[in-house]
Design a protein around this ligand. Structure first.
Ligand SMILES: Cc1ncc(C[n+]2csc(CCOP(=O)(O)OP(=O)(O)O)c2C)c(N)n1
Ligand code: SF4
Length: 300
């Protein structure tokens, strides 16, 4: 009976357990929430990165939906090609009876903030009908956590020789807003209901949609698995990683931070990548100011 239940559960999810990710990897959990919310009528394009590498170890695949791997730089253009092919099929009535699939393009922050950035913003400018998800673990996890433009300025990362203390990670939400992307959201694996609601809402909107999900990386952030969700939650509760939603350019949803608001020191305490900050009040203050600026900017 037990094994029967197990097999039923396994077939219900569209991202099965047949992956090689680290035990408890938040990105896998987030990806499963995303695909299960979207449902079986989804075509996935996956940029190079941990999610791609760990879910499709040749000759296996953990995906129970049509899935294609792209190069680092061209996930969005492949999605655009699929969108154009679906347009062709619709116009020619070749697949009249089948509801149009959702085209999901997904990648890490390296693929999104850096290497696929130009191609992604071009797809926004064209107005392609794509849901783009960035699993943001704030670095190039799959190759040993090199810094990306999403790595917070004060975090340690490999191959990072200097940092700009005053400019935090690239503001992809502001960049998406500047491109008039109709649906833009920022969420966090520690808030799974918020995540699922945002995916569900994105599915009701046509055109480009961008959702960024904070997913801690256990080795990359030098954290314990048991601390992972507390740390993720504090990222939003301190104001550093606010939960936001913009529909047609208007702020339509946000999560207020708790009052009193936990200090950033609480967030960094158990993260090895910030160990150098714990006794550096000057840099810590700069980091705290970044959180406070968000609280002020979005009236959290
Ligand atoms: C053009 C190119 N440069 C570098 C690599 C090597 N590479 C493979 S995965 C990866 C890191 C991916 O980082 P990110 O997109 O943030 O996803 P994560 O692994 O963190 O989920 C790198 C650098 C590559 N495959 N292609
Ligand atoms: S290195 Fe990080 S992102 Fe990659 S599988 Fe492990 S926990 Fe997940």
């Amino acid at each position: 009976m037990h094994s029967l239940n197990m097999s039923v559960k396994m077939t219900m999810t569209k991202l099965s357990n047949h992956h090689t990710a680290c035990l408890g990897c938040a990105q896998i959990v987030a990806a499963r929430l995303v695909i299960d919310q979207l449902g079986p009528n989804t075509i996935v394009v996956n940029a190079t990165g941990c999610l791609e590498v760990t879910t499709t170890t040749y000759p296996h695949s953990a995906w129970q939906v049509p899935w294609i791997h792209s190069l680092f730089a061209n996930a969005a253009p492949i999605g655009s090609g699929i969108d154009a092919a679906l347009d062709y099929l619709t116009i020619n009535n070749k697949k009249k009876s089948i509801p149009r699939p959702t085209v999901l393009v997904q990648g890490g922050d390296g693929a999104t903030f850096d290497i696929g950035f130009g191609a992604l913003t071009a797809s926004w400018s064209r107005g392609d009908n794509l849901l783009y998800i960035c699993y943001d673990n704030e670095g190039y996890a799959n190759t040993g956590m090199q810094a990306s433009l999403s790595t917070p300025s004060l975090a340690q990362a490999s191959m990072k020789t200097k940092y700009n203390k005053y400019l935090n990670k690239r503001d992809m939400i502001a960049i998406a807003l500047a491109h008039k992307v109709p649906y833009i959201a920022q969420t966090n694996i520690a808030f799974p209901l918020d995540l699922k609601e945002k995916i569900a809402k994105a599915q009701t909107i046509k055109g480009p949609r961008y959702i960024q999900i904070l997913v801690p990386c256990i080795p990359g952030w030098k954290i314990k698995l048991s601390d992972q969700m507390t740390i993720a939650r504090l990222a939003s509760e301190t104001g550093l990683y606010p939960l936001l939603e913009f529909t047609e350019g208007q702020l339509t949803k946000k999560m207020a931070v708790p009052k009193p608001t936990p200090p950033v020191k609480e967030y960094i305490r158990n993260q090895g990548r910030y160990s150098h900050l714990l006794n550096n009040d000057t840099d810590l203050k700069i980091f705290q100011n970044m959180a406070d600026d968000n609280i002020k900017k979005y009236n959290l």
